[in-house]
Design a protein around this ligand. Structure first.
Ligand code: PDD
Length: 287
């Protein structure tokens, strides 16, 4: 089945979808994105993603596209026509294609934002084997720009980080700035000591994860303590458990950091419980 995608008001077969070579995202990574998961044909936390998208656009002074209020319908239509039971909807909004290359932003009166959405079919997304085996993490220096709270499409360093992890025989990398973990290449990072979850506080240094917000809320409701503070890789190596969160991984256990096994070297019970609560509650609230 050919995938149907959405580009600037049109639903098209993927091989007919086109954007300009002058698009600001192509030339300057001048665009923002969101990834929303789909479980059982329904969207997980769409409202959270839409809110963060609006914030990303505002922070970069990218005009809100006219279709902004129709995004839920577009997501649903793509899920429907592509017959997605479990998977992801990727959305990207760029500053548009002014018809030439210039560092100066184009006039928003004459250059419309580019809006692209497509689905990724991932049968059994919530039953990933990594949830049972756990992930191995390496640490790398965080050399990204200073506005990681904005979900931009500048993903070269995170992509390089994944490759560094792969080369080292690991699954992902946690990035470290001034000795403290910021986040994973495409996820937020947590450690657990006793009954306490520790994760870096929100700031411009990390993406304000939609999954993070939900998981910390559920953790507090389940009487776990939450400490939003910096932690080091050395502290992480001594932790009882560790995990990551993102819209595509949900809650995923970490069992090894820089070659050091955490706890018993298997996914922890608290992480497994958080994953279960997150998936149950998210499925219930899915739209
Ligand atoms: N990445 N931190 C970074 C750097 C991320 O790229 C992501 C998400 C997160 C988690 O955010 P959320 O819980 O809202 O998905 C944290 C997405 C999934 C991606 O790039 O594919």
């Amino acid at each position: 089945m050919t995938r149907t995608v959405y580009v600037n008001g049109e639903y098209l077969p993927e091989d007919e979808a086109k954007v300009s070579i002058f698009d600001r995202a192509f030339l300057m990574a001048d665009g923002v994105y969101e990834v929303t998961s789909v479980l059982g044909g329904k969207l997980i936390d769409f409202a959270g993603h839409a809110k963060r998208l609006e914030r990303s656009l505002n922070e970069l002074d990218i005009k809100k596209p006219a279709v902004f209020d129709d995004l839920l319908e577009i997501h649903r239509e793509l899920v429907r026509v592509n017959d997605i039971e479990d998977g992801l909807v990727y959305l990207q909004i760029t500053r548009g294609a002014p018809g030439d290359r210039d560092f100066v932003f184009p006039d928003p009166e004459t250059t419309e934002p580019t809006v692209v959405l497509f689905t990724q079919n991932k049968p059994g997304l919530a039953d990933s084997p990594a949830a049972k085996t756990g992930m191995k993490i390496i640490s790398i220096e965080d050399v990204r720009w200073g506005r990681r709270d904005i979900k931009t499409v500048q993903l070269l360093y995170p992509s390089m980080g994944k490759m560094m992890a792969k080369k080292a025989g690991a699954d992902d990398a946690w990035m470290v700035q001034d000795g403290h973990v910021t986040e994973g290449t495409s996820n937020n990072a947590y450690i657990i000591k006793g009954n306490t979850i520790i994760t870096r506080a929100l700031s411009n240094d990390i993406l304000h994860g939609i999954t993070r917000a939900a998981v910390l809320r559920f953790a507090r409701e389940a009487q776990m303590q939450v400490e939003e503070r910096n932690f080091t890789i050395d502290e992480a190596k001594e932790a009882d458990e560790a995990f990551i969160t993102s819209a595509s991984a949900f809650v995923m256990p970490v069992i090894e950091i820089d070659g050091v096994a955490l706890g018993d070297g298997v996914p922890g019970a608290r992480t497994a419980r958080l994953r279960e609560i997150y998936l149950d509650e998210s499925r219930k609230a899915a739209i």
